[in-house]
Design a protein around this ligand. Structure first.
Ligand code: ZN
Length: 321
């Protein structure tokens, strides 16, 4: 389904559009969640709602132009990969020019956290004292990296993750893909993450690979069976994420709280392997995964990290028994 159509009906966007009708708009909004893509769609939906006389009709010139990212009164930043001092200077120039088609001008800054302190500081003055009729729509997937002085000038809106039912509706066009169920399950309720899994034909293999580790890593001679596949950073990162959520589920299962499982499909496997673990060992394995996750950004070879992880999982499994 059309993502902007879905987002524009959400209560947090509707609330701002009501403020538009009653003349109570703020000069800046900051959307944040862990998923950059989710934030960007919220920004696009609000931009459309603000410029359209009918709060987003999808047929008028304003709506069509916003949807195509070609509305002359919506300016998008960063121009390159990350928000820069040059972008900030450009914004200061552009903000004082009158809008062309509408009564307001919208300045979009996506992933503002992905920028230098210098660039954010440069922006500060114009955000503090914006020209009349300029509205800033800012997004961030890492709110801790946004300068407090910037945050304090914007209305902050946290976008919570969607439920599995919502994700199924949003991505209904993909329901025939063989990794659809897995994407709904493992996308954590976020648009970008779900989309990445849907477009990753290798994901089912990774999932089965991880399931195999959890269920069939029993002795040192098994380790070698898992080391043959070629690993790159993205793949390793996916493996760590999948393993963490599987072991977390195993812990939940171990504690008898089946109704809290994030992936109910593993119940059968878990009942078979349950006795090989203790609660303490599963917690220790989750710690190992966290540690490995932090170390993957250091200069250690990924293949070595992975091998060490598997050996340590085995060791923990037996010492905690
Ligand atoms: Zn419209």
């Amino acid at each position: 389904m059309n993502l902007i159509k879905y987002f524009i009906k959400l209560p947090f966007i509707q609330k701002i559009l009501q403020d538009k009708t009653s003349g109570k708009l703020s000069s800046g909004y900051l959307f944040y969640s862990l998923d950059s893509q989710t934030n960007k769609i919220a920004v696009d939906a609000l931009a459309m709602g603000l410029l359209c006389k009918n709060n987003g009709c999808f047929v008028c010139e304003d709506c069509v132009k916003v949807e195509n990212n070609s509305h002359p009164d919506v300016l998008y930043y960063p121009k390159d990969k990350s928000f820069s001092v040059t972008d900030a200077k450009d914004i200061i120039d552009q903000a004082y020019k009158k809008p062309m088609l509408s009564s307001i001008k919208i300045i979009v800054i996506n992933d503002i956290d992905n920028s230098s302190v210098e660039a954010q500081n440069k922006l500060l003055k114009i955000i503090e004292e914006p020209p009349q009729n300029v509205i800033f729509l800012v997004s961030s997937a890492n709110i801790d990296k946004v300068l407090p002085t910037i945050k304090s000038r914007l209305i902050k809106i946290e976008i919570s993750s969607f439920t599995k039912e919502q994700i199924k509706i949003i991505f209904e066009d993909y329901k025939n893909k063989n990794n659809f169920e897995l994407a709904v399950l493992k996308g954590d309720g976020y648009i970008g993450r779900t989309f990445n899994i849907l477009n990753n034909d290798d994901y089912i293999n990774l999932y089965n690979f991880c399931k195999n580790i959890v269920c069939n890593l029993k002795k040192s001679s098994d380790v070698i069976n898992f080391l043959s596949s070629k690993l790159d950073k993205d793949k390793f990162n996916d493996i760590l994420k999948i393993l963490s959520s599987m072991y977390r589920d195993l812990l939940v299962f171990y504690c008898g709280k089946e109704n809290l499982l994030s992936d109910e499909r593993l119940v059968k496997e878990f009942s078979v392997i349950k006795d090989e673990f203790s609660e303490k060992s599963i917690i220790a394995i989750l710690h190992l995964l966290d540690e490995t996750n932090e170390r993957q950004y250091s200069n250690v070879s990924i293949n070595l990290l992975f091998e060490t992880l598997l050996v340590n999982i085995l060791e923990v499994k037996y010492t905690c028994k």
